[in-house]
Design a protein around this ligand. Structure first.
Ligand SMILES: NC(=O)C1=CN([C@@H]2O[C@H](COP(=O)(O)OP(=O)(O)OC[C@H]3O[C@@H](n4cnc5c(N)ncnc54)[C@H](OP(=O)(O)O)[C@@H]3O)[C@@H](O)[C@H]2O)[C@@H](O)CC1
Ligand SMILES: Nc1ncnc2c1ncn2[C@@H]1O[C@H](COP(=O)(O)OP(=O)(O)O)[C@@H](O)[C@H]1O
Ligand SMILES: [K+]
Length: 510
């Protein structure tokens, strides 16, 4: 699914009015009615005190439409106009008049802190203060109102955006509504997925307000949300008449004394993701552990017993993976440098591999095209330095990707895959995956798919999605706390089945 910017949504709005020959007031009525429908579906007429806080722009206008429908359906509603400016949008004004026509309980005007109502724990607050028209930080008494709402413990539903949050930029130090639920129009917004702002959104539902299909189809976005449908379209099923040689020969290099488990996890993940032949190259100390843990994997050892000091020079693999548990010893770094001198096949670099690149930036130039690096936030910071905010971080990652033709997997609650100017945001996964070794598993899955001849980009997107959905399958059974990284590896196959809803039928009792 494309993620659109505020400017693109405004353009979609304009095109829709022309093509569908409707007024902006009619579009607002459509959007507001859809929001009302969602609320009504859940509340079913329950006598909950509803407080609607409307701004004076079109987001406020949406709030007024919702207020009118709620009142007409017998809900207990108090509507507040938050008068942060004396301006009013036209559609706000016409809906203000319409609301006054159907009720004697006219909206109450809030002009300062003195006008704040009490907000109680059991209240249902609808936040229609600001939407995508926010153009600066919310300060002064409107910020106090937002803070009052946030601390009230009332349930808060935001229309289009949690007020104070902007779709494509960050306004530092402004107040932002912390929504329990956000009903957003037509397209999710980028800030809903970024680490510093995702917590404001709560549960998210995107409502299709039927903006012009042609515009939405053609609009040139380079930010995509990856869900089941997108992953399904990337997946290729196996040919019946095939053999292990068709599914890739991969070499995973890593580990050091005490960290051999990372290579076990990565190779197990590669095998569970369909690799035909997997070999690992590890320090000698890990030989027994590897052979015993995963007999399907072949093992080569470095001459050094505790760390990697030389890569196998003539090993013929379709893809190489390096870094998990490898340490950053000079000998290991030199070995990577020497290996990259002659390397043509894509390389997946993770963990200490990335730390070595950060200390020896000249190595980045030697990375074969379409290679993949998979930094978590700490590794990313070592690689690109500090960032001002998440948008700045994204710009820096795009620049790095472009400069060295790398695919960069920025791991997190929503993992971002950056390829030049394109950004793919993963929607699967859960906090149970914040556990040691889950990144090693991800590297194994990515490597496996590249070996199976997916393009590096397709392999990475598919791997990140399946890694997350496997994690969810496991935590659905075990809970977040008990999830082990190895479980993610072991359930990749079930995640693939789930892509096509080919789960086995539950056992029948006799
Ligand atoms: N896209 C679509 O297809 C559809 C969109 N729709 C709806 O329209 C919404 C967008 O409406 P919008 O453009 O009127 O902007 P909105 O968010 O109400 O706020 C703008 C006002 O806030 C002000 N202002 C800004 N920042 C401020 C600050 N920090 N502190 C104080 N003031 C600040 C700014 O004033 P100014 O900067 O001029 O002072 C202006 O007056 C969108 O989110 C959705 O809900 C649907 O109805 C139909 C389909
Ligand atoms: N809260 C979360 N929600 C979804 N996925 C998560 C969450 N926390 C971590 N993950 C995923 O788990 C993996 C953790 O990787 P990493 O930090 O490298 O772990 P390790 O170094 O222990 O192997 C990443 O793929 C990340 O996206
Ligand atoms: K809002």
């Amino acid at each position: 699914m494309k993620i659109l910017t505020a400017a693109q949504l405004a353009e979609a709005d304009k095109v829709t009015l022309e093509k569908q020959d409707i007024t902006s007031e009619e579009l607002m009525e459509r959007a507001g009615t859809l929001v009302f429908n969602e609320i009504h579906k859940r509340l079913q007429g329950a006598p909950i005190p509803i407080k609607i806080f409307c701004g004076i722009g079109n987001n406020g206008g949406d709030g007024l439409v919702v207020a009118r429908h709620l009142i007409q359906h017998g809900y207990e509603v108090r509507t507040f106009i938050v008068n942060y400016s004396d301006k009013r949008s036209e559609d706000f004004l016409s809906n203000y008049e319409k609301l006054k026509e159907i009720t004697n309980d006219w909206p109450e005007l809030i002009k300062s802190k003195n006008g704040f109502p009490e907000i109680h724990t059991g209240d249902f607050v609808i936040d229609a203060l600001f939407g995508i028209g926010l153009n600066r930080a919310v300060e002064g008494w409107p910020a106090d109102l937002i803070n009052l709402i946030n601390t009230s413990q009332a349930f808060v539903l935001s229309i289009d955006m949690p007020s104070g949050l902007a779709p494509d930029q960050v306004f530092k130090d402004g107040a932002v509504i912390k929504a329990g639920y956000t009903l957003s129009f037509q397209s999710p917004k980028l800030s809903f997925y970024l680490p510093d702002t995702m917590e404001y959104v709560g549960d998210l539902q995107v409502i299709d307000i039927a903006l012009d299909r042609e515009y939405l189809g053609k609009v040139d976005s380079n930010i995509f949300l990856i869900g089941k449908e997108e992953a399904q379209s990337l997946y290729r099923s196996r040919k019946i008449n095939s053999h292990k040689g068709d599914y890739g020969k991969v070499l995973i290099i890593g580990g050091s004394y005490g960290k051999i488990g990372s290579v076990i996890l990565a190779s197990r993940a590669a095998m569970r993701s369909g690799t035909g032949l997997c070999t690992v190259y590890i320090p000698e100390c890990g030989y027994d552990a590897l052979q015993i843990s995963i007999p399907e994997v072949m093992v080569l050892t470095d001459q050094n017993s505790k760390m990697i000091t030389k890569f196998p020079s003539d090993f013929d693999a379709d893809v190489f993976c390096f870094g998990m548990g490898a340490g950053t010893n000079e000998a290991t770094a030199n070995a990577l440098g020497e290996f990259l001198e002659t390397q043509k096949k894509p390389v997946v670099i993770d963990a200490d591999g990335i730390n070595i690149l950060s200390k020896n930036k000249s190595l980045l130039k030697k990375m074969p095209e379409n290679s993949v690096i998979t930094p978590h936030p700490g590794e990313l910071k070592r690689l690109i330095g500090e960032w001002k905010d998440d948008f700045d971080k994204l710009d820096k990652v795009k620049a790095l990707s472009k400069k060295f033709k790398l695919i960069i997997v920025v791991k997190g609650a929503h993992t971002f895959i950056v390829n030049n100017e394109e950004v793919y945001i993963n929607s699967s996964g859960n906090p149970g995956m914040a556990t040691a070794g889950s990144g090693d598993v991800l590297s194994g899955v990515i490597t496996s798919f590249i070996g199976q001849n997916y393009s590096s980009l397709a392999a990475t997107i598919l791997a990140v999605y399946l890694h997350g959905s496997s994690g969810t399958l496991v935590s659905d059974q075990l809970g977040y706390e008990s999830l082990l990284a190895g479980d993610i590896a072991d359930n990749i196959g079930r995640a693939v089945q789930q892509l096509f809803n080919r789960n086995p039928e539950p056992e029948q009792k006799n």
